[in-house]
Design a protein around this ligand. Sequence first.
Ligand code: HEM
Length: 177
Amino acid sequence: MKGVVFTELLAMVEETFGLDMVDDIIERSELPSGGVYTAVGTYDHQEAVSLVVSLSEISGMEVPALLKAFGKYLFGSLAKAYPTFLDGASDPLDFLEGVESYIHVEVRKLYPDAELPEFECSRPYSQSELHMVYRSGRHFEDLCEGLIEGSLEHFKSDAKVERSKLEDGRELFVISR
Ligand code: HEM
């Protein structure tokens, strides 16, 4: 997983819980990297899981809630770091549909080693209901929900997000307005 994800995770922890918490979770997680990340480096995504589990143990907050909160935060950081991906986007559902067909495609050009999820997008019932089926060996469903909610907030949309598990184990997100 790209270092930018780790540097943003630690930035969120510092902003929300303070710098001591950053030190505490790095120490507790016994990370192969030692907790030193550069934005362009690549690290085992398990390190992010370990950091969030440690944060959960110390803060008492649940892991899924922390991952979702981080997803929202991460969207803000990505939007700031890559403003061109938001240029011209005015509709939140069109934007979300473009994550698979445009944004992550461009991300892969920038970072050929990026570990990106796969989304199967469709609007089976109406134009105002987007279905996104998420598949990733990393199983960051909660992070994904936060990223979707962060996008909706960015577009000041009051669309709703519902989640369910498909029989094949993939997660279905239904975004409706
Ligand atoms: C400006 C918008 C976005 C940019 C620039 C962007 C870029 C990235 C980057 C750089 C990563 C890390 C890849 C790695 O660590 O190797 C990533 C991961 C991810 N992105 Fe995006 N992304 C954006 C928006 C979104 C949105 C809106 C969603 C949700 C629909 C999303 C879903 C994910 C998920 C779930 C991951 C974690 C990896 C996984 O689940 O396997 N992204 N993205």
